[in-house]
Design a protein around this ligand. Structure first.
Ligand SMILES: Cc1ncc(COP(=O)(O)O)c(C=O)c1O
Length: 408
């Protein structure tokens, strides 16, 4: 039997640039005494990102959630928006904050992204946009979604929170659609502690986004619209700026880990990885594996709990589906979400981060194979020790939805 890790192996750990590079930058901030409100480092960072993404049409924010929320507001998205339930809750929350009703649509099995073949059936006179997610950094079916959005005159918005550094035929993935949001949260491939970016087609949006993230201020005495506070600080921009130097190195390192998992676990009955796509430069943001209980001999939850006994902490992203959380349960859903439901029950994201040693990746694989070998024993043990109890649900799960539950 393979032994447990002495130290926990978490799903992810952030990459950090050398501390002295960061402290040198901090000294500058101390000298400037300019901490936020479009400071010199934020400006330098925005320019560096414009060079990285080959477009001036982008805008920095305090985090990805506010970026998406404000992006939807700037595009004046209203009524209903077709989106995926297989995502982080912030995707749907950004609609809620714009008083827009999410219409959940199934995903396709190969990419786990919004299934274009199911989108059209959900379009109604109230639909104003499609909000698709490049989940785990895997590009959506870009041309199919573009064609549907164009034909129905809908905005096409991408939650590209996971997709920093992904390219399609050499083009940054954020180049597609009307607007894309990238998250720079600490758990992402590339981060600025917290942060978010919008990249958009219509350059005229920039002015509006700048208003919306800074209370609507035009100047000292004029407020043009009731904006909020979603500005990035100088310290966050400094981190982001430094991290840009290491972005390619981080992705290369992740690629090596991804390959090691795929090689070691290839052909194991009941395990399926998402196949890499031709023409795509992936960023290896996550290491999702789908576990078929019948073929593997254990359910995803049993494997998840067994791994914890070895001090390995994978994550069940994205389970439950967004639509199954108490706050969204009251929404009526037309699509049976067959693939999304199956995926949420099967998916397990294995540890992947730049500092994870390849020897440790091999050991995680040894443990998975060992768990499978001894599946009868693990089924018994997990049953004896029990699965985690469901957390108690709050008293008013649908509070806040009254205004969007009924169609306008
Ligand atoms: C798919 C998705 N959308 C939106 C967000 C929100 O981004 P942030 O944490 O930067 O607010 C995240 C993650 O954090 C995410 O995974």
């Amino acid at each position: 039997m393979v032994s447990a890790f002495k130290e926990p192996i978490f799903n992810t750990r952030p990459f950090l640039p050398p501390l002295d590079e960061f402290t040198r930058g901090l000294k500058l901030i101390w000298e400037h005494k300019w901490l936020t409100n479009d400071g010199p480092i934020v400006r330098e960072y925005e320019q560096a990102l414009a060079d990285y993404f080959h477009t001036p049409d982008l805008c920095l924010f305090a985090n990805g959630t506010l970026a998406l929320q404000i992006g939807l507001q700037a595009l004046e998205v209203s009524g209903e928006v077709i989106t995926t339930p297989f995502t982080f809750v912030a995707t749907a929350h950004s609609l809620f904050w714009n008083r827009v009703r999410p219409v959940f649509c199934d995903i396709e099995p190969d990419t786990l992204t919004l299934d274009p073949d199911r989108v059209e059936a959900l379009i109604t006179p109230w639909t104003s946009a499609i909000l698709a997610v490049h989940v785990f950094g895997n590009p959506c079916r870009l041309s199919r979604l573009q064609e549907i959005a164009h034909r129905h005159k809908l905005h096409l918005i991408y939650d590209a929170a996971h997709a920093f550094g992904v390219k399609v035929e050499g083009r940054p993935l954020v180049d597609f659609g009307d607007l894309s949001m990238v998250s720079f949260h600490a758990t992402k491939v590339y981060h600025s502690f917290e942060g978010g970016l919008l990249v958009f087609r219509d350059g005229a949006l920039k002015k509006k986004l700048n208003y919306l993230k800074n209370f609507g201020f035009e100047n000292e005495v004029e407020v043009m619209m009731p904006g909020t506070n979603a500005k990035m600080t100088e310290v966050h921009a400094l981190m982001g700026l430094l991290m840009l130097r290491y972005a390619d190195q981080i992705i290369d390192r992740r690629r090596a880990i991804d390959s090691a998992y795929r090689e070691r676990l290839a052909g194991v009955s009941g395990l399926r990885f998402i196949a890499p796509r031709a023409g795509v430069r992936h960023n290896y943001a996550y290491m999702p594996v789908l576990i078929d209980e019948t073929a593997f001999g254990l359910s995803r939850d049993e494997v998840y709990h067994a791994l914890k006994a070895f001090n390995v902490y994978p994550r069940r992203y994205f389970y439950p589906l967004v639509c199954d959380h108490p706050c969204y349960k009251a929404l009526q859903i037309a699509d049976p979400l067959t693939v999304a439901r199956r995926t949420a029950d099967q998916v397990l994201c294995l540890p992947i981060y730049p500092d994870l040693a390849l020897d440790d990746v091999h050991r995680v694989c040894d443990i998975i194979l060992d768990i499978r070998e001894n599946r009868a024993e693990w089924r018994r043990r997990v049953a004896v020790f029990g699965l985690e109890p469901d957390r108690p649900v709050g008293p008013q799960p649908n509070e806040g939805w009254e205004h969007v539950l009924d169609r306008p």
